[in-house]
Design a protein around this ligand. Structure first.
Ligand code: TEU
Length: 523
C-alpha cells in the first residue's frame, strides 16, 4: 500500500536557524510559517522541525522540560497551531522531533525524582548505588565526554545520562514512563501532526545488569571519548524493539502518521528496527552514506548492501547530513555537493534534505568565543563542533542575509551576499536551481519515486544505476571526465537533467564530464 512518504521528500529545519521574525537573532515558528512558500517552490513534501518544546536549551532543545509546551523563544502554542494549519493548507506534512530517551534536569519529573529516594517518580529515571569505591556504577561514557553517571549529593546515588548531565535518561523499563510518553505523542497527534523523528531511539533500553562496556581496540587518543568503549550494553538492546512496537501502536491509532527513528548503527543492526513484522519504525534513518569515502565503488557497495538488507515491506530512506554532521559541501566539496544532491534524490526511498544544503552552504568557522555546542565545550580538543553545520539560513543579500534584523546567534558564511535564496533563485545553473529541478523531475517521473533499483555498474569514478525499467542515473564522483558506458537503450536515450549545470534535454554523451551527474530516460 502506498504511503505519502513513498512520494515526499523530507526537509529538516533547525528552527533556531531558519527565519527570525523578532530580531533576537534566533529563528522562530512564525518565521518558518512565512517561508512555507519557499519550501513549496523547492518541491519538498514534508517538513521536520528539530525540537521546539520548552527547554533550558543546554542542548538547544534536545533537553526538554515540558513535552507539551512550545518554548517562548520559538513562539506560543497559537503560533504552532497557525504553522500547522498553513502547512496542511499548502499540502505539507509536518513532523516533530520527539526526544524520549532523556528529559531536561529541569523537567518536573526529574525534580521530583531527585527529591528523595522514595518519591513516586524515583524510578522514572535511572538511579544506581555507587561502586564499592564510591565511584560511578560502571564504565559507561557520556556521548558528550566524561562519565555518564552524575552523583547526587542529596540522595547519595548516581543517575545516568547518555548525553549532558542536564539530560538525565528516563527509565523506559518503567510502564508509567511509557504511558506518559504515549500520552505526549497523542497530544501532538490529536493536533494533527503527521509524525515524529524519534531522537536516539536505539538508546531507550539499557542492559538490565548495567555491565561494563568492552574497550574499543580501534580507539585512538583525540577521537571522541564515547568511542573508547563499544556501546554493547548501553544501547541497542533486544528489548528496545518491544518498546518501539508500543510507540508504533500509538501511531497506528491515527491515520497516515509516520514514525522515524534516529539510529546510528551498522546496516545489519539498523534494519532490525523495521520490526519483525514491520511493527517497528517506518523509517530507521539510514546514515550509511554520511561517513562513507566518496568513491563510486564504495558507494555502490553500500547502496547495494542496504538494498539487500531491507526486510520485506521495509521502505528505504537516505540521509546525507543533519544538524550533528559536517555540511555536505564541507565533506566532499562544492562541485560534488551537486552530484550528492542528484544521488540523494534519485536513490530508491524517502530522502531527507537538511536546510541550507540546497544552497551549498559550506563549513563556517566559529570563533572560539562564539562556540555554543555543549559537546564542543565539553570536549574542546575534539576536531568538530556542531555549530559549524547549524548556521543561519541565507535568504537575501540584505544584512544578516535576511535571516534576522539583529545579530544572528551564529555567524553566516563569508559568501552570504551571493550564497542566498534570492541570488541563486535567479541563476538557472545554481545549486538551488538544481535542487528545484531534481525535486521536479522526481515529482514528474514515478520511477524515481517508486521504481525498483538496480546497479548498472561502476566504472572508474562513475556510478550508474537504473530506476524502474527506463530511467538511468550516472554520477561522476571525480573532477576528471570519464567514459560513459551504458546499455544501448540508455546510451541512445535522452538527458532529463544534468547535475553540473541543472539543464535538461539533448542526447546522452559518450563521456561524462567532471563532477557531472545525468538522469537519463531510455528511448
Ligand atoms: O544525536 C544523537 C547522537 O547520537 C549524535 O550526537 C551522534 O552521537 C553523533 O552525531 C554521530 O555522529 C541526537 C541529536 O540529533 C543531537 O542533536 C542531540 O544532541 C542528541 O541526540 C541528544 O539528544
Amino acid at each position: 500500500m502506498s504511503k505519502w512518504w513513498h512520494d515526499a521528500a523530507i526537509y529538516q529545519i533547525y528552527p533556531r536557524s531558519f527565519q527570525d521574525t523578532t530580531g533576537d537573532g534566533v529563528g522562530d515558528l512564525t518565521g518558518i510559517r512565512q517561508r512555507l512558500g519557499y519550501l513549496r517552490d523547492l518541491g519538498v513534501g514534508a517538513v521536520w522541525l528539530s525540537p521546539i518544546f520548552q527547554s533550558p536549551m543546554s542542548d538547544f532543545g534536545y533537553d526538554i522540560s515540558d513535552y507539551c509546551a512550545i518554548d517562548p523563544l520559538f513562539g506560543r502554542m497559537e503560533d504552532f497551531d497557525a504553522l500547522l494549519a498553513d502547512a496542511h493548507d499548502q499540502g505539507f506534512k509536518l513532523l516533530l522531533d520527539f526526544v524520549p530517551n532523556h528529559t531536561s534536569d529541569q523537567h518536573r519529573w526529574f525534580q521530583e525524582s531527585r527529591s528523595n529516594r522514595s518519591n513516586s517518580k524515583r524510578h522514572w529515571y535511572i538511579w544506581r548505588e555507587p561502586a564499592s569505591d564510591g565511584g560511578p556504577p560502571n564504565n559507561w561514557v557520556s556521548n558528550f565526554g566524561g562519565s555518564a553517571w552524575e552523583f547526587d549529593e542529596e540522595t547519595e546515588q548516581y543517575y545516568y545520562h547518555a548525553f549532558l548531565q542536564e539530560q538525565p535518561d528516563l527509565n523506559w523499563r518503567n510502564p508509567e514512563v511509557r504511558a506518559a510518553m504515549s500520552d505526549t505523542l497523542r497530544f501532538w497527534l490529536d493536533k494533527g501532526v503527521d509524525g515524529f523523528r524519534v531522537d536516539v531511539i536505539w538508546h531507550l533500553i539499557k542492559d538490565e545488569q548495567f555491565r561494563d562496556n568492552p574497550p574499543n581496540p580501534a580507539w585512538e587518543p583525540g577521537q571522541p571519548e564515547i568511542d573508547r568503549f563499544l556501546q554493547v550494553h548501553s544501547a541497542d538492546q533486544p528489548h528496545v524493539r518491544e518498546v518501539i512496537a508500543e510507540l508504533r501502536d500509538v501511531i497506528e491509532e491515527y491515520e497516515n502518521r509516520l514514525l522515524i527513528g534516529e539510529i546510528y548503527l551498522p546496516v545489519d543492526r539498523l534494519v532490525a528496527y523495521y520490526g519483525g513484522s514491520n511493527d517497528g519504525v517506518h523509517l530507521p534513518f539510514n546514515f550509511q552514506l554520511i561517513h562513507a569515502p566518496w568513491r563510486a565503488e564504495r558507494l555502490g557497495e553500500l547502496i547495494d548492501e542496504y538494498e539487500r538488507a531491507l526486510p520485506a515491506g521495509g521502505w528505504p530512506n537516505w540521509v546525507l547530513s543533519n544538524h550533528d554532521q559536517l555540511r555536505i559541501a564541507a565533506r566532499i566539496g562544492p562541485a560534488q555537493a551537486r552530484v550528492a544532491a542528484m544521488l540523494l534524490l534519485t536513490l530508491r526511498g524517502t530522502p531527507t534534505l537538511y536546510y541550507g544544503d540546497e544552497l551549498g552552504i559550506d563549513d563556517v568557522t566559529i570563533p572560539q568565543d562564539r562556540i555554543r555546542d555543549p559537546w564542543a565545550k565539553n570536549e574542546p580538543d575534539a576536531s568538530f563542533n556542531r555549530d559549524r553545520a547549524r548556521t543561519p539560513m541565507q535568504w537575501t543579500a540584505a544584512p544578516h542575509a535576511g535571516f534576522s534584523s539583529g545579530e544572528p546567534w551564529l555567524p553566516l558564511t563569508d559568501d552570504a551576499a551571493e550564497r542566498n535564496v534570492a541570488c541563486q533563485g535567479d541563476q538557472p545553473h545554481s545549486i538551488l536551481s538544481l535542487h528545484r529541478a531534481l525535486l521536479k523531475v522526481r515529482g514528474a517521473v514515478a520511477a524515481l519515486r517508486t521504481g525498483n533499483y538496480a546497479r548498472l555498474g561502476v566504472s572508474g569514478p562513475v556510478l550508474s544505476y537504473r530506476r524502474g525499467e527506463n530511467i538511468a542515473i550516472a554520477l561522476n564522483l571525480s573532477d576528471v571526465a570519464a567514459p560513459l558506458d551504458l546499455p544501448q537503450r540508455f546510451a541512445r536515450g535522452e538527458v532529463l537533467l544534468r547535475a553540473a549545470c541543472a539543464t535538461s534535454g539533448g542526447a546522452v554523451p559518450d563521456e561524462i564530464g567532471p563532477n557531472e551527474g545525468l538522469i537519463i530516460r531510455a528511448r
